[in-house]
Write a protein that binds this ligand. Structure first.
Ligand SMILES: C[S@@+](CC[C@H](N)C(=O)[O-])C[C@H]1O[C@@H](n2cnc3c(N)ncnc32)[C@H](O)[C@@H]1O
Length: 200
């Protein structure tokens, strides 16, 4: 599926990986809704929501919108466009809202909270859980422990930024990917650094 001008949306999802995300959402949301951890400005959310439309499913997308460690002032991925000068904080929520409005997507349910807080009394199974939140070991493990258990049998767990080689990228997503393989998931498909596992 071609999503018009998606390359202009700010974010961390290259189009070849985004198209895989679209395809997996389209396939697995027939089993239940999509849960995304790590909205940022909505780039991956837009791929997921387009994938979920056909089955009339929704995407719950969770982010405190304060950015990860690497998005903060003076850090590697700081972006002035999502910096609230008045309050001296990163705030990606306004641009996220603008982006989803542009695509007229009504099947997105934003949850503005930390992943752990949002998971506390969560009780809905998911056809697909996508983990792309904080990339510290603590954050990635917490996201895995909080959300992977909500994937329905036969549903999918998708993890972004898998790098086997520590020279190429952080190891936390790779660690939770290996943990999932040891804990009832099997690999379905992989495109570059994004991987889709199925709960068996
Ligand atoms: C790599 S970005 C997500 C990129 C996005 N999926 C895309 O396609 O552009 C990670 C996001 O996770 C969010 N995040 C980090 N730790 C979080 C936490 N503990 N709870 C909720 N959101 C968190 C950050 O605010 C940031 O927006």
């Amino acid at each position: 599926m071609i999503i018009k001008n998606i390359e202009n949306i700010k974010g961390f999802m290259p189009s070849h990986e985004g198209e895989a995300l679209y395809k997996w959402a389209n396939k697995f949301c027939h089993k239940g809704p999509v849960i995304e951890i790590g909205t940022y400005c909505g780039k991956s959310t837009i791929y997921l929501a387009h994938g979920a439309i056909e089955a009339d499913e929704v995407v719950y997308t969770i982010d405190h919108h304060g950015g990860s460690e690497e998005h903060q002032l003076k850090e590697e991925y700081f972006d002035n466009e999502v910096y609230d000068q008045t309050n001296s904080i990163v705030n990606t929520f306004p641009l996220f809202l603008k982006n989803i409005k542009h695509y007229n997507l009504e099947n997105i349910v934003p949850i503005v909270a930390s992943s752990l807080i949002a998971s506390k009394s969560w009780n809905t199974s998911a056809g697909l859980v996508f983990i792309d939140g904080g990339h510290s070991m603590e954050s990635a493990l917490s996201d895995y422990n909080s959300w992977a258990k909500h994937v329905i049998k036969g549903g999918a767990l998708v993890i972004h930024d898998i790098y086997e080689d520590p020279e190429k990228g952080g190891q936390a997503p790779y660690e939770i990917y290996k943990k999932a393989l040891r804990n009832g998931f099997m690999e379905h498909e992989r495109v570059d650094t994004i991987v889709c596992l199925i709960k068996v």
